[in-house]
Design a protein around this ligand. Structure first.
Ligand code: UGA
Length: 430
């Protein structure tokens, strides 16, 4: 199928490369000329495993990028994969997707015949129907249900495994009440195992949007629940990881997302939980569990710091922060638990020495004035405490190096380092 994709962030680029890999003819449209050039040169504009290989294989053949919206006129179906960031009050900032929809509509005004638009960006229920469809109809002069066809199709791609999540999904969710676009999307995804079939979940536009929010809210809350219980365990001197090992044997609970510690970050969980909470509250319902999930998540960095306070005074002293990315194997620091940890250390007057194998440059934008070490080993050398924020393999391997600390106090937020004689070790929830 001839497909255009507006937006080449991590979702748009991954979807473009993967759809080309499934055999479709894909044009990626982005306003950023550098990104377009990078894709056309066969390289990935983002750091994501397997993506470079796919772009290299398909670029110039089934995959191309352009800044020219008119390229959409040669395609039959357009995916919107624009970012939908948060406003300071937690509500969704739709200005970017609104502008792209407007430009898409203006472009489609020149098209005869049918065109299909698939909203893949994460938007709260109601946004597509009440906001994006009116923009599309006003700017294109077309009518949805007549020559224009609209569906929502949320993504469930994790950073670090986005390509394999796309090519081997748990399920594909399609929301529409329009037969034409439903059939097209069945065809788009038909090279995937189980589609059409047990992995294709078809529903209406708003329910599909809600499934995305529910998925992320559920997983974030699951982590907060094991962290809340983890804090209880810590009070009793019980290891939450051992408790979780038993929980995992109950197949109603499932073993995933039970790693207790500093909590969740990233560009998705915090934003999505905030957006659906805000949207629900505006409609008169305050989601108590979701608010509690955020509250527990905010608590974990403070608990890590107060565990440190029990063992050492850090004012004027070097403290190592080990890991800056929001999870291992990514350079993304958005929503990272390292941010409140560093804030707390600075409030205590500590000299922060931070280390991350990949995310230093991104964190430097947030904290330009702290010291950045070039290895985990040099970060801990001479420090009065080491705080483990991200469970990178390199950080998990630290052992003898800890003996070179000024005072070997290790406060572990990710169960990354083994407790042993010769160091003062505190696990956040174990
Ligand atoms: C998340 C979802 O997992 C994807 O399905 C979704 O598509 C994506 O958001 C999105 O909305 O675009 P991602 O943000 O890449 O993906 O990260 P996850 O791997 O889900 O981890 C989120 C956070 O939870 C990380 O900070 C991680 O350290 C934390 N976490 C995860 C735990 O603290 N414990 C766990 O057991 C699991």
């Amino acid at each position: 199928m001839n497909i255009s994709i507006i937006g080449s962030g991590y979702v748009g680029t991954t979807v473009a490369a993967c759809l080309a890999d499934l055999g479709h003819d894909v044009t990626n449209v982005d306003i950023d000329a550098d990104i377009v050039e990078t894709i056309n040169a066969g390289d990935s504009p983002i750091d994501e495993p397997q993506l470079d290989g796919l772009i290299d294989e398909h670029s110039g053949e089934r995959l191309r990028a352009t800044t020219d919206y008119d390229a959409i006129l040669d395609t039959e179906l357009t995916f919107l994969t624009l970012t939908t960031p948060s406003n300071p009050d937690g509500s969704l900032d739709t200005s970017i997707i609104d502008a792209a929809t407007e430009q898409l509509g203006e472009t489609l005004a020149a098209k005869d015949g049918h065109h299909s638009v698939v909203v893949k960006s994460t938007v709260v229920p109601g946004t597509t129907r009440e906001q994006l469809i009116p923009i599309l109809e006003r700017t294109s002069g077309g009518v949805v249900g007549d020559e224009l066809h609209v569906a929502t199709n949320p993504e469930f791609l994790r950073e670090g495994s986005a390509v394999s999540d796309f090519l081997d999904p748990d399920r594909v969710v399609v929301g529409t009440s329009d037969d034409r676009i439903r059939d097209q999307l069945r065809e788009v995804y038909s090279p995937l195992d189980g589609v059409p079939g047990e992995k294709l979940f078809e529903t209406d536009v708003s329910t599909a949007a809600m499934i995305k929010y529910t998925n992320n809210s559920f997983l974030a809350s699951k982590v907060s629940l094991i962290n809340d219980i983890g804090n209880v365990c810590k009070e009793f001197g019980i290891d939450t990881y051992e408790v979780a090992d038993a929980l995992k044997l109950d197949d109603r609970i499932s073993e995933r997302f039970l790693r207790s510690g500093l909590g969740w970050g990233g560009s998705c969980f915090p934003k999505d939980v905030a957006a659906i909470t805000h949207a629900a509250t505006e409609r008169g319902y305050q989601p108590a569990m979701l608010e509690a999930a955020v509250e527990v998540n905010d608590r974990q960095p403070r608990r890590l710091l107060s565990l440190m306070d029990r063992h050492v005074r850090v004012e004027g002293k070097p403290v190592a922060v080990l890991g800056l990315s929001f999870k291992p194997d990514t350079d993304d620091t958005r929503g990272s638990r390292a941010i409140p940890v560093i804030d707390g250390l600075q409030e205590r007057g500590a000299n922060v020495v931070a280390y991350d194998p990949a995310a230093t440059e991104n964190m430097r934008e947030h904290f330009p004035d702290i010291e950045y070490a070039d290895s985990a080993q040099s970060a801990v050398e001479g420090a009065v405490a080491a705080l483990v924020v991200t469970d990178w393999a390199e950080i998990e391997r630290l052992d003898d190096e800890l003996d070179r600390m000024a005072t070997p106090v290790v406060i572990d937020g990710r169960n990354a380092i083994d407790r042993r004689d010769g160091i003062v070790y505190e696990g956040l929830t174990w």
